[in-house]
Design a protein around this ligand. Structure first.
Ligand SMILES: [Zn+2]
Length: 344
């Protein structure tokens, strides 16, 4: 159920949102900033539910209670019920007064904002508090941004805007100044690991590797757990380990296989760098490796490769990354890279 308790590692945002509801003094607009996958959309849904829940649960908790949800304020916890008519409509995205506007392609267009403002000029259908979510507001073009600004300057009654963006600097200052800003920090590695273990049934070493690579994003960690990320990582590491003993044709076949998935190439580079980093780190701090589930393999490989060679391979990967970002020929760059990586 997408209530406040389901939001991971965002105690401060949840505290600010629940405090606003409990105070009865809601701002006209919030701006949620943070990386993709840190809980901004889930928080917007929980907030919309809590503002309109018919059976909002508000109760005191014992301060020794270890199981209290994050939404705690002066010993009060509020949580939407998740079962009433209003909550159900919001969960199923069928509530007539909860409006969500997302970019069409790369930008939020002025027509989308005009259409939203036209709906908001009418009275709410049934909601106590109408919510207008503008997702990825950093994609508002100038015209759309100015149209939104006019509405924020004279906000409709019983309406709260929630803008989401990566960072405040991506938005017009005239828009950010009209919003209460709430920052969502990256989710901790431990919280991601626990979540992945509990929800996807992965072993702790595998969940740890995913949590380390997800960069604080729940969305990314979930995608990695659901797809075959671990097996693709294993493929890359196995290829890297066998390259030094293989003829040149084998090395170039690896480069060709990598080049077939350009959308994934930078992830492949991250996997390669993390592997080499693990081999270096294991020598002194084995508990700090990223690929925790491969510790036995790392232990064996780490003994055989000098640090100087690890560094030169890392530099070769970083050069390939830079070259590809600068539009160098993909296949030729990868050919040169695998030949450097094949040095044993
Ligand atoms: Zn409810």
């Amino acid at each position: 159920m997408p209530g406040f308790a389901s939001i991971i590692d965002q105690k401060r945002p949840v505290r600010l949102l629940t405090a606003a509801i409990l105070s009865g003094n809601l701002p006209h607009a919030f701006l949620f900033t943070g990386l993709e996958g840190t809980g901004k959309k889930t928080a917007a849904t929980a907030f919309a539910m809590a503002c309109n829940c018919i059976k909002l649960q508000k109760h005191s908790v014992n301060s020794s209670d270890k199981d209290i949800p994050a939404a705690r304020l002066d010993n009060n916890v509020i949580e939407p019920c998740g079962r009433c008519r209003s909550c159900k409509k919001i969960i199923s995205k069928n509530h007539p007064d909860i409006h969500i506007v997302k970019p069409a392609g790369d930008i939020l267009k002025v027509d989308q904002i005009r259409e939203l403002c036209r709906k908001l000029a009418l009275k709410p259908n049934e909601a106590r508090i109408r919510i207008a979510v503008i997702a990825d507001a950093h994609r508002l073009n100038a015209e759309a941004g100015n149209t939104l600004l006019k509405t924020l300057e004279e906000p409709p009654e019983h309406t709260v805007f929630i803008l989401t963006a990566l960072q405040t600097s991506d938005l017009l200052p005239t828009i950010t100044s009209r919003c209460q800003h709430i920052r969502f920090n990256p989710i901790s590695r431990n919280s991601l690991q626990t979540y992945i273990e509990n929800h996807f049934g992965l072993a702790s070493g595998q969940a740890s590797a995913i949590a380390s690579m997800a960069g604080g994003s729940m969305t990314l960690a979930e995608t990695m757990a659901k797809t075959n990320w671990l097996s693709r990582r294993n493929w890359i590491i196995n290829e890297m380990e066998t390259l030094p003993a293989q003829p040149i044709n084998f090395c170039l076949a690896f480069a060709e296989a990598l080049s077939k998935n350009k959308g994934w190439i930078f992830t492949a580079f991250e996997i390669m760098k993390n592997w080499l980093r693990d081999l270096a780190v294991f020598k002194d701090c084995p508990e700090k490796i990223i690929n925790m589930d491969l510790s036995e393999k790392i232990k064996a490989a780490s003994k055989q490769i000098p640090v100087g060679l690890l560094i030169s391979k890392l530099q070769a990967i970083e050069k390939a990354e830079r070259d590809i970002k600068a539009n160098a020929n993909l296949r030729l760059t990868l050919d040169a890279l695998v030949i450097k990586l094949s040095k044993g």
